[in-house]
Design a protein around this ligand. Structure first.
Ligand SMILES: *Cc1c(COP(=O)(O)O)cnc(C)c1O
Length: 415
């Protein structure tokens, strides 16, 4: 199909053939483990294609064999997310962590070096520093305030520069929205690659994608999502996604087949529903976040506010923001005058906004990073990136913004 419509216009129908499902307007849930071959010859041909033992015919689609390899719900979903991201291939997983660990296992071998941005999502950090380290993968973290030259120097001085295989970046970083320059990271990858060694750049785009940021256009090879967050958007499922070029995705999908960690038919079906309203939801969430941020900015009990819409023209983050993002998004963090008791009083007095981790859902969620999502982080790092005891993180939903402000205002009054 020639794609001259906007991605959101394709989300209801793309990749689905009603004539194969009794004319049903929506895809049924293909809740099946295996698929019947018409003939033994067909089964053989499907396997040959799946195992790369022959070149596929022009326009040949991979035949359905077994749901760990492929399933119609999964396939339609993957084709649709590709349209939003503007890349060749996509793979969905049972969770964001499953997507992240699959990338790291595919692109890092014992003895390799991983370079990553700080801070990372807690689960990702744990996988690097507890699992990968135990199988001999070395790693180095860099902070958002380090320059390209400083990072290259740090890698050189580690003595492991010739083992660098993967650069892994999370931006905007959780919870304070600090930004990492993806183009700079791609230049660092280019600096260290040679004829014998590829250095890939992976970006966790959970916070801003796929609507407001397209890391591929800034030089990323691999884009990763926790689809549990904005893509799923209803706090009712766990999933992850990876997007990239066909050659990279062939490696990732092959490992997925053998790890057996692809998203289920039912989860894929739910995610197709989610994609239909992704743009609507995220735009409403961003509008609400702007109103809430404007309210918080003038509030006497707020001592610090992290919101990408308030970056100043002269800052380094503003420069990166201009290159990488088309909206400030719907994630806020702020410090309340005081300490943990004041932050907790605020959290305990919210009525509409729920106290829970996770983000990107239709309902607004609030949490306390220092004692919750970032509790295991080393205290020095916590301090250096602004995770104080009075910091709270807010994920804005689709409620009426006046009600969100009313709820926040009443809880601040109780502090
Ligand atoms: C939630 C999250 C993850 C992990 O995803 P799960 O779906 O919970 O496994 C990874 N990265 C970021 C930025 C996240 O917010």
């Amino acid at each position: 199909m020639k794609l001259d419509f906007h991605p959101e216009s394709h989300m209801m129908t793309h990749g689905y053939k009603p004539e194969l499902s009794e004319g049903a307007i929506k895809p049924p849930v293909f809740q099946t483990s295996t698929f019947v071959f018409k003939t033994a010859e067909e089964g053989k041909a499907f396997f040959e294609a799946a195992y790369g033992l022959r070149n596929p015919e022009p326009n040949e689609e991979l035949g359905l064999i077994y749901s760990r390899i492929n399933n119609p719900n999964l396939q339609i979903l993957e084709e649709r997310l590709c349209l939003f991201e503007g890349v060749e291939e996509c793979a969905f997983f049972v969770s964001g962590m499953s997507a992240i660990s699959t990338v790291m296992l595919e692109f890092l071998k014992p003895g390799d070096l991983l370079l990553y941005s700080l801070p990372l999502y807690g689960g990702t950090d744990h996988f690097i520093n507890h699992f990968l380290s135990s199988i001999g993968v070395k790693s180095l973290g860099f902070r958002p305030d380090q320059t390209k030259e400083e990072i290259i120097k740090m890698v050189d001085e580690s003595g492991m520069a010739h083992n660098l295989s993967l650069i892994y970046v999370e931006t905007p970083a959780n919870p304070t929205n600090s930004l990492i320059d993806i183009r700079m990271c791609s230049e660092i990858a280019d600096h260290f690659k040679d004829q014998n060694r590829s250095v890939y750049l992976a970006v966790d785009n959970t916070y801003m994608g796929p609507l407001w940021s397209k890391p591929h256009q800034c030089g990323a090879d691999i884009v990763i999502y926790s689809a549990t967050k904005y893509i799923g958007g209803h706090s009712d499922l766990l999933a992850g996604a990876i997007l990239g070029s066909s050659d990279i995705m062939l490696r990732i999908k092959t490992l997925r087949t053998f790890l057996g960690n692809r998203a289920s038919p039912h989860t894929s079906w739910l995610l197709m529903r989610s994609l239909e309203t992704l743009k609507l939801r995220m735009e409403q969430q961003a509008r609400n976040a702007k109103k809430v941020a404007e309210y918080l900015r003038g509030h006497p009990k707020i001592s610090k506010l992290y919101y990408l819409g308030f970056l100043t023209d002269s800052s380094k983050d503003y420069e990166i923001y201009q290159k990488q993002y088309s909206s400030p998004g719907a994630m806020l963090a702020f410090e309340i005058e005081g300490n943990e008791p004041e932050a907790f009083r605020f959290l305990n007095n919210l009525k509409l906004i729920k106290l829970a981790v996770s983000l990107g859902s239709t309902e607004s969620l609030v949490q306390h990073p220092a004692s919750m999502t970032h509790i295991a982080m080393c205290p020095d790092l916590k301090k250096s990136i602004g995770i104080t005891d009075s910091l709270v993180r807010l994920s804005i939903g689709v409620e009426h913004f006046e009600d969100l402000i009313k709820d926040i205002g009443a809880a601040l009054d109780a502090v």
